[in-house]
Design a protein around this ligand. Sequence first.
Ligand code: GAR
Length: 263
Amino acid sequence: MDKKIRIGALISGGGTNLEAIIESCKSGKIDGEVVFIGSDNPNARGLERGRDHGIPTFTADYKGIIQDIRESPEKIMPPDDFDINEVISKQSLFSRVLDTEKMKFFIVTRVIAEAELLEKMKPYPFDLLVLAGFMRTLTPYFIDRVNTDYDNPRIMNVHPSLLPAFPGTDGYGDTFRYGCKIGGCTIHFVDYGEDTGPIIGQKIFEIHKHDTLDTIKKKGLKLEWKLYPECIQAFAERRLKTVSMSHTLKNGRKVTRRVVKIT
Ligand code: GAR
């Protein structure tokens, strides 16, 4: 590898995946370098980890932004290049039957926060953006401004379940409460839905009768720390190709999905 990739990271909490990624860059397991760490949460422990490594950090305080707008809706100032109808038509986070006003409030507030993130990311050019425990859904407004080449998505996420099972905010909890006998973690590219993007890698663990939610989380995280760096390195080596695959359902409807081929 002649050139290191530049990795931007977004986090919300503890940042143990971030730590694994930074350490993998330092030890040469990833041909890359973390060039910024952004967060929606000013108190995220992961920000401190980043600062300890001398990596630039910043925050877009989602909670504060949403609260401000809730209290004074006249403060709503979406970015000039934002078209709500375009974002609504692209997103697949909400079904069309949901209360439209609620959906619009959700999207506008997130886009305002995302515009702040994008602004703060500007000084740090990057090749890959990794979501490492970033607990906010990204709207098409943000995704389109990072993924400017359809064939080369460049936002990765780690999810605590074997997708497509248990998308959402509590993958290990959902796996445990369902009574699954195996659990796992997934690395995928981000698309317009919630944890629906093309899968890059997965690892699994067994769930035994004495396991608790806590032991399951520990098993899962340990695998995440291995899997995420491996997938990032595959990206750095340009071994990830995203292609379309179509098939026809029993009802005659044709479905096309983007999938990742690893070369
Ligand atoms: C990880 O388990 C990750 O899979 C999960 O949050 C945790 C973050 O831990 N991510 C999600 O649930 C995303 N929807 P960390 O901050 O210690 O890396």
